[in-house]
Design a protein around this ligand. Structure first.
Ligand code: CP
Ligand code: NVA
Length: 320
């Protein structure tokens, strides 16, 4: 038997995703009112949650460490220069050692395969905290943020993504569809969307009677949208490709002009997982009243609480 890991949103059923979002809402209320503080603190008192991070992080690190503190656990940050991994020690040996002394590993890695390797060899749950393909903690947060902002009613709303095609949108598209939203994705013609995720998205859209499309014109994706989302065009590790990517994303900057050309719904929100740069969205939109980016960032804390409660406190096993 193996512990249950969180690799991507695809691991969660519609009900499980809904329940994690609901739990995040409950933890937010409890955290703000200090209700059940002692009971929550006792859940992982004396335990260790490892953060095995080979890339930078602001939100994921703070939210995970904050959520660990909420449950009484010690968060142990293991950055790429802190431990022997990669220089003196293999991922296999490192995984065996870390998992023998902790209750869970939140892992931020480069390649998705590293998450799969961790899952294979770890005796404790692995929570994917960003790899090149997925970012489930962000997707759970984003559904929570959309629900909050639209008073809980998100079925039938349209999410428009204007940006790159990698980790954040791969998980967000599946999460939004599973939550009953229609999803339209605009990516440059020179960039391809992962075909396995597109297949999965089309299958979910059919089952749940919602729509999923990939287009190359931002204004087309924006038509009738309630929620506009983007991410950096230069993901961590892609710094050398910056000039090329900036060229590819010409005309993709989210501005007031693009939003009016795109004929978005009058009741729209702007979201961004952060960190953000001017090139993908200008200040006028990023700091506008329609922008919920800072509420979204704060919600990372409550999503991390829900995930820890489900995967670590409620540690379930699955057949290998
Ligand atoms: N959104 C997000 O994952 O931010 P960090 O890279 O700062 O953790
Ligand atoms: N796509 C971005 C997300 C950062 C949270 C990256 O991979 O760097």
């Amino acid at each position: 038997m193996s512990p249950r890991h969180l690799v991507s949103i695809q691991d969660l059923s519609v009900q499980e995703l809904e329940s994690l979002v609901e739990q995040a809402t409950n933890f937010k209320a409890q955290y703000k009112s200090n209700e059940n503080a002692q009971e929550n603190h006792n859940k992982l008192l004396g335990k260790v949650i490892a953060l095995l991070f080979s890339k930078r992080s602001t939100r994921t690190r703070i939210s995970t460490e904050g959520a660990a503190a909420f449950f009484g656990a010690h968060a142990m940050f293991l950055g790429k220069d802190d431990i022997q991994l990669g220089v003196n020690e293999s991922l296999y040996d490192t995984t065996r050692v870390i998992s023998s002394m902790t209750s869970c590993i939140f892992a931020r890695v480069n390649k998705h395969q590293e998450i799969l390797d961790l899952c294979k060899d770890s005796s404790v749950p692995i929570i994917n905290s960003l790899c090149d393909r997925y970012h489930p903690l962000q997707a759970i947060t984003d559904i929570l943020s959309i629900k909050e902002s639209f008073n809980g009613n998100i079925k039938g709303l349209k999410l428009a993504w204007i940006g790159d095609a990698n980790n954040v949108i791969n998980d967000l598209s599946i999460a939004a569809l599973k939550s009953g939203m229609n999803v339209s994705i605009a990516i440059p013609g020179s960039i391809s969307f992962d075909s396995l995720i597109a297949d999965k998205a089309n299958q979910i859209a059919k089952e749940l009677n919602v729509s999923f499309e990939i287009v190359n014109e931002p204004a087309k994706a924006l038509n009738g949208a309630n929620v506009i989302v983007t991410d950096t065009w230069i993901s961590m590790g892609e710094e050398a490709e910056k000039q090329n990517k900036l060229k590819q994303f010409n005309d993709f900057q989210i501005t007031k002009d693009l939003i009016s050309r795109g004929n978005v719904n009058s009741d729209w929100r702007f979201m961004h997982c952060l960190p953000r740069h001017q090139e993908e969205v200008d200040d006028e939109i990023f700091y506008s009243d329609n922008s919920i980016v800072f509420e979204e960032a704060e919600n990372r804390l409550y999503a991390a609480m829900a995930v820890i409660d489900e995967f670590v406190v409620g540690n379930k096993t699955v057949s290998k």
